[in-house]
Design a protein around this ligand. Structure first.
Ligand code: APR
Ligand code: PHB
Length: 402
């Protein structure tokens, strides 16, 4: 049997950053992760960091590699009606910008730092039960990796003062909370009638800033990972099969959706990774009951059009690190009592923005010509009004007080 102050389930950005922030405040934690280190460090996710996320990473000593290889962006392009329209962040937000730095890189930086600091991150260790949330002695049952054989060894116990489930949308934190009637868990969800096919390609980006395109054939996004690696996405039906999308078809479709009157040439290169991501909005409340807390995707997900998922995970655990420190060290419960409410204000703002961007930029197969014209009218308004553009800009770079 092992003991720690904070048992953290999940070594995604939420769990790893929380463990790091707690360590800096003198609080001990153990991170349990079902998958291997190799797996979590290579799973492709988004990579757009709000100014506030960049500030948190820098302030906690994690900014070095990000500042060396991350790309600062001062705007995005909205492309529709065969034209591009730039949204300039600094002039619309009082000088703010964003950083393109892949989530996989943040996870690598965090894992390296936790291990260098002597932190306990147990890979291939799956939490199977979270018990005692309503007691003063919570407990996590987990199955550690048997030496050299991957997960599945005999069950062990981790005793702790607090459990934080940072175990993503499919984890056990939320179902555990939902099963406690006194928690009174409520959930809100919205599914979308489309998915994203994402590719990583060894080709220089064909643009300096991200392009979000609405085309009658559907949405497309041009993003990037480095000066020689592009990240691109296409709207596809939710039941799309990768087998139907050979590389040539992907490039042809991207080319058609990015086409403009004027100069634009989409560079093609070898595709090194391909995947399909479903789109969903989801929120649950409260994010805490007794000694069990939820953070990141465990509590909420957004469609990726607003680039908010990672940023919300970072803001949840930033709030939680401070709140837990006050509680565990100073006996002051005000921060943990307020955690759910404070986190959810920001989460709902991001949910609304992500929903708005998604509806405005995608073509709903069930929509009619009227809906299509409404979406175009909204895009034209953003392209022609500084007030409308400022709404997009301030939400995109991140609203810290809502
Ligand atoms: N035991 C241990 N680990 C678990 C368990 C379990 N029972 N269930 C899930 N996990 C692990 C998963 O393997 C995963 O590595 O929890 C981790 C959750 O990590 P993420 O899904 O990355 O979630 P989070 O840290 O909240 O990060 C949110 O990820 O999906 C994106 O857009 C989202 O960028 C955002 C970020
Ligand atoms: C990405 O680079 O993967 C990315 C960027 C912006 C988004 C979504 C994904 O809105």
């Amino acid at each position: 049997m092992t003991r720690t102050e904070v048992a953290i389930i999940g070594a995604g950005p939420a769990g790893l950053l929380l463990s790091h922030l707690l360590h800096q405040r003198g609080i001990d934690s153990v991170v349990l992760e079902a998958r291997s280190r190799e797996y979590v460090e290579h799973r492709q996710r988004a990579g757009m960091l709000e100014q506030g996320t960049v500030d948190v990473l820098r302030a906690s000593g994690l900014g070095d590699r990000m500042d060396r290889v991350g790309l600062v962006h001062h705007g995005i392009e909205l492309r529709f009606d065969r034209r591009g329209h730039r949204i300039d962040f600094p002039s619309l937000t009082g000088g703010k910008s964003v950083m393109v730095y892949a989530q996989t890189e943040i996870v690598k930086d965090l894992v390296a730092r936790r291990l260098a600091d002597g932190g306990a991150v147990l890979f291939e260790s799956e939490a199977v039960a979270l018990e005692g949330a309503e007691s003063d002695t919570p407990l996590v049952r987990f199955r550690p990796a048997a030496a050299g054989e991957g997960a599945g060894g005999p069950e062990q116990e981790l005793r702790c003062d607090v459990i934080v489930a940072c175990d993503g949308y499919h984890g056990i934190g939320r179902p555990t909370l939902a099963a406690l009637p006194a928690a009174g868990l409520r959930m809100w969800a919205r599914d979308y009638p489309f998915a994203w096919l994402g590719v990583l390609a060894d080709v220089a980006p064909s643009c300096d800033e991200l392009i979000y395109a609405r085309h009658e054939r559907g949405f497309a996004l041009h993003s990037m990972r480095s000066p020689s690696v592009s990240r691109l996405y296409l709207q596809v039906p939710p039941d799309a099969d990768l087998a139907d999308w050979p590389d040539e078809r992907i490039w042809d479709e991207l080319e058609a959706r990015f086409e403009v009157d004027g100069d634009f040439k989409l560079g093609r290169g070898p595709i090194t990774e391909k995947s399909i991501t479903p789109m969903r909005s989801f929120v649950c409340s409260p994010m805490r009951h007794g000694r069990l807390f939820l953070a990141g995707d465990a509590a909420h997900i957004v469609p990726p059009t607003g680039a908010k998922g990672l940023n919300l995970a970072v803001s949840d655990v930033t709030l939680l690190a401070t709140a837990l420190t006050r509680w565990l060290r100073g006996g002051d419960p005000s921060g943990v009592d307020n955690y759910s409410q404070a986190a959810l204000r920001r989460i709902w703002r991001a949910e609304h923005f992500s929903y708005l961007m998604t509806r405005m930029l995608h073509v709903d197969p069930a929509a009619d010509a009227f809906d299509h014209q409404l979406a175009l009218a909204q895009l034209r308004y953003i392209a022609s009004s500084a007030a409308a553009a400022a709404t997009i800009a301030e939400n995109y770079v991140g609203l810290t007080s809502v």
